[in-house]
Design a binder for this molecule. Structure first.
Ligand SMILES: [Zn+2]
Length: 77
């Protein structure tokens, strides 16, 4: 059980699924905004959250998948 950082109420563990991402305009050079050449990116990301019902806020968020710490388990020997 994880408590809300703000009010201490217990949070709900939940996962969400996103499969569409829109590239933002990104300044590659100082003072220059270039259009991203990439169009909508369709890829699967699963996000985990700890949600506090009391605050109606996400207390914590992380990426469930793809795993960014793939080597973690390999290190436990
Ligand atoms: Zn709260």
């Amino acid at each position: 059980m994880v408590k809300c950082k703000k009010c201490g109420h217990r949070t709900v563990l939940a996962t969400g699924y996103a499969n569409s991402f829109n590239p933002d305009e990104e300044p590659y050079e100082n003072g220059m905004i270039e259009d991203p050449e990439q169009e909508e990116i369709c890829t699967e990301v699963i996000v985990g959250i700890h949600y506090c019902e009391k605050c109606d806020e996400v207390s914590d968020a992380w990426i469930e998948s793809p795993h960014q710490d793939g080597n973690k388990t390999a290190k436990f020997e």
